[in-house]
Ligand binder design. Structure first.
Ligand SMILES: *[C@@H]1O[C@H](CO)[C@@H](O)[C@H](O)[C@H]1NC(C)=O
Ligand SMILES: *[C@@H]1O[C@H](CO)[C@@H](O)[C@H](O)[C@H]1NC(C)=O
Length: 388
């Protein structure tokens, strides 16, 4: 234990004392230990953590996890100093359908959905026990021939609303299943099965989802944005924005900016079918006008940096991380819906885009680029929530 009190009832300790103890804890491990002592400590830890997450000094920079194809070993690449970390993490050699709040999400071969925290796993026992959470299995769609669906691809995208250990009561997991593009959610520790939101009919499925202010926002296949609020027994849905143009050469990502704007980032992709190559040609950014239910174009990121991948998109304030390029989009190659493998050149469509200059910066010389191209699984962005 990191400190010792001679008091009989620890849960009665004054908040100021607890706060000052918390301020001295830098490791997530200690935080987890602290927050599992009792209810009132858990409450203080949660509150303190919300404050901290806003303080950039306590946040390691965004990292790219790169699969090595050697067992379950993944390399960690620090984008801000172009270095691979000495530390390697052990998470399954599989496709991750989501990366959210420092956790990765994947589907196991019995179709259970699992949350794993890669950085807990390199630490001691307490964290290891807390580093993996198995959720109930997804219901399989009957009309689909399951022998043709691989479990790793059953979920297209997944996200969580809160940290499943430190804030378990508020943690909702949402997934979009690949066949049918149906949305399903589960409340951690409260529900024993997944609840499904319609969308099997053609053009009514979902292809993006994000949590924002107690609701989640989903983009329908027809481009409409819906807001969905989960109530105790059901959910309310409302149209939040009309469609933008959509076709298979455009991938759309929802990102919540630090300025509290909901952004839709369109990635325009061109395909060279002869050489089986894919290239990103441009990005267009829109922000949502909540009152008018409309998207308006934006020509700058106003000092933020975006990290985009199909299932892991987030925004950071550039100046909080020296080395993080301002007003730029860092993007990775992700699979295309009509193609199940990368082309002969591997995952080559990744780089950095300068939004104000409308130009691409080459990152072919970076240490990570060779590794990324050789990897068999898509690389995935992760924003660790504590010092590594
Ligand atoms: C990543 O790079 C930045 C910039 O050089 C550095 O400050 C930070 O400590 C690095 N983080 C890790 C975990 O290596
Ligand atoms: C995101 O989802 C797509 C669609 O299922 C998948 O093919 C891709 O591998 C995922 N991307 C990442 C970075 O995991």
């Amino acid at each position: 234990m990191f400190f010792l009190f001679v008091l009989a009832d620890w849960s009665e300790l004054p908040n100021q004392i607890l706060e000052s103890v918390l301020e001295r804890l830098d490791l997530l491990a200690d935080y987890v230990r602290f927050s599992v002592v009792c209810r009132s400590w858990n409450f203080i830890a949660k509150d303190n953590r919300k404050k901290r997450v806003k303080m950039p000094c306590c946040h390691p920079p965004p990292m790219l996890l790169i699969n090595t194809d050697i067992g379950d070993i993944w390399k960690v690449y620090n984008v801000t100093d172009d270095k691979l970390l000495d530390l390697q993490v052990r998470v399954p050699n599989t496709r991750f359908c989501g990366s959210s709040k420092g956790w990765l999400i994947f589907v196991e071969n019995d179709f259970t959905v699992t949350l794993i925290n890669p950085f807990f796993r390199v630490r001691g026992r307490v964290e290891k026990e807390n580093s993996i959470i198995h959720l109930p299995p997804l219901r399989l769609i009957k009309e689909i021939d399951m022998s043709r669906v691989r479990h790793e691809r059953y979920v297209y995208k997944a996200t969580i609303s809160a940290d499943p250990v430190l804030n378990a009561n508020e943690c909702i997991v949402v997934v979009i299943t690949q066949p049918g593009y149906q949305l399903a959610f589960i409340r951690l520790g409260k529900d024993r099965a997944w609840s499904y939101i319609d969308g099997r009919a053609r053009g009514r499925g979902f292809d993006e989802v994000i949590f924002l202010g107690g609701k989640f926002y989903g983009v329908r296949n027809n481009g409409r944005l819906l807001s969905l609020e989960i109530t105790r027994f059901s959910f309310n849905r409302k149209l939040a924005a009309r469609s933008l143009r959509r076709d298979h050469t455009i991938k759309s990502y929802l990102v919540y900016s630090n300025k509290k704007e909901l952004l839709m980032v369109e990635r325009h992709i061109s395909f060279d079918r002869k050489n089986d190559m894919r290239t990103t040609s441009k990005f267009i950014i829109y922000k949502l006008n909540f009152d008018e239910c409309k998207w308006t174009k934006k020509n700058s990121l106003g000092g933020e940096t975006l990290f985009l991948g199909d299932n892991s998109s987030f925004s950071v304030i550039s100046s909080s991380f020296p080395g993080c390029l301002r007003n730029c989009i860092y993007f990775t190659h992700d699979y295309d819906w009509f193609r199940s493998k990368f082309g002969p050149r591997g995952p080559n469509d990744f780089g950095v885009y300068d939004v104000e200059d409308e130009s691409f910066l080459s990152i072919d010389s970076t240490k990570a680029s060779m590794l990324v191209k050789m990897s068999l699984q898509p690389s995935i962005w992760i924003l660790p929530t504590f010092q590594l």
